[in-house]
Design a protein around this ligand. Sequence first.
Ligand code: DP6
Length: 399
Amino acid sequence: AMAEERTLAMVTCTAPVNIAVIKYWGKRDNDLILPINSSLSVTLHQDQLKTTTTAAASRDFTEDRLWLNGEEADVGHPRLQACLREVRQLARKHWGGSAEDVAPLSLSYKIHIATENNFPTAAGLASSAAGYACLVSALAQLYGVEGELSEVARRGSGSACRSMLGGFVQWQRGERPDGRDSLARQVAPETHWPELRVLVMVVSGEKKPVGSTAGMQTSVDTSPLLKHRAEVVVPERLELMMRHIRERDFEGFGQLTMRDSNQFHATCLDTFPPIFYLNDISRHIIALAHRFNAHHGHTKVAYTFDAGPNAVIFMLADTVAEFVEVVKRSFPPAANGDQFVRGLPVGSASLPEELLAAVVMEPVPGAIRYILHTQPGPGPQLLDDPSQHLLGADGLPRR
Ligand code: DP6
């Protein structure tokens, strides 16, 4: 046994949400989670959206346990087990053959994991990407391993591998059947485009009808458009998108972001039976964005939608106040006292008459629950203040 044997070890990490501008939709290997095309995303700032996870290991724990937002949950989930197995495997490799003895703590100890989001899960914001990125970061810290962790996070949820890095991130599809080259790579850090802003528009708390895992499987099986997209469209778009980002070209970035979101939803309609993630409010937001851009004569705002009706809108900082005012006029907030604009501060703007007349059509009261103002941000963080652990010294949730 090692000299200073530790009987309880605990670490806490946070991890971000990411939003794809070139979408991942479709797997070529369901178990390893290998995609049919590469994808590209923007990591969102953790001041507004993050998952926090505490992982603890102890000689005294009698079973592996998991708590999600304070509720005990099933640790047996195959994807969670795959992440755990992969991190332990890395630890064995890192610490040598006798890892049971030399690792910072014994790999045979049971673990307790507690995880929380700082945003409502019911809001339908992608939480699995941040969740698995955070789990893998915390486990890796716990076992003292470094290195290529996006490969491990990918086993939890495909999009989670992109949450392992900050800024602008590419998930390279890779070629190998074992997935060793299906990894996330940073295209540019979060400081690269300081004026870029993001508005998350929460339009509905409903759970999505078809989850992404099942939805994309049906699309792979039935959609010829998806096949064409993966083979022909995405490879071209990826190169273009990387150039737009490198050059901070909002016109190019915004146009391509909208087109790629629209094509993803077109592949959903091409799926048989078809899948619908956009709803009437989503379509209202799309029309509004196009009227706003047409009025200004160039691309000022760019929407993108994942497997649900919420819109994520990119713009430059100087557009935020005006666009938020347009949204307030178009979707007058329900007067329920809830804060309508959250996150980073938004200045006030008065709208010129001709903009109002050209852009704000028939208002739909209450259609948008709230807007979250955020920006690109860094990858997972280790919290070193023990008071932030979600588990107490007894290994049980604090609250
Ligand atoms: C529409 O990563 O949630 O958000 O790999 O099955 O867990 P699994 O799917 P998931 O799919 C995300 C799909 C998307 C597009 C994207 O994020 O690229």
